[in-house]
Design a protein around this ligand. Sequence first.
Ligand SMILES: [Fe+2]
Ligand SMILES: [Fe+2]
Length: 223
Amino acid sequence: MKPSLGHKKQTKLIEQFVREKMSDIPDPHGIKHVEDVVGIAQKIGTKLKISDKDKIQLEAAAWLHDIGRKKEFSIPGAKSNHAKFSAEEGKLFLSTISFPSEEADKIVEAVLEHSNREPSTTLIGKILQDADKLSRLTGRGGLIAAIQFTVAREPNELLDNLSEERLPDWRTEEFEKLLSILNFNLEWFEMLSFNESKEMCRQGYMDLKAYCDQIQDLLNKRN
Ligand SMILES: [Fe+2]
Ligand SMILES: [Fe+2]
């Protein structure tokens, strides 16, 4: 049996593995989404005062939860299988860095259940599900989701233009369309497992709305 590398080192190796694996996957399923989920999951975990052991497993699960996207995209007809692929690839990688098997099993279970409609069976699984939803309801991910449903342009192109100097590239009508769809997604909100996540969702939505209002003000001034 190989000696244990220590959790800090193992977490770093998991992060490196995920960054390399997902470097060429575009928004909204790429590494920026994963970074968001890791950060949000850590915040929920802190609010819930979870144990240090759970924190380590949660961070690992959040990094690994979407690594199967690449395989999903490369196999025609494999849509909706990314959680299964992520769990399989995650399990394999955790074994290569000698992650204790009992803990690895919990991580893999959370990854496998993360996109289920019903709540995960474990604490870290539920937190991961909430973080994944919050990443689509708030912040940059929330804006990307709204853009995709509205102006039918590449989210990156639009987001890269989010500065006062670049505003001339924008059309006011497009942005108004975007704002109209930036509604609070009540269905997803109701699916959040923890009150702490719901509070973060409310706040994040208000911040996003305020940000969009600012952009709209700039557009109105220009026109
Ligand atoms: Fe996912
Ligand atoms: Fe995700």
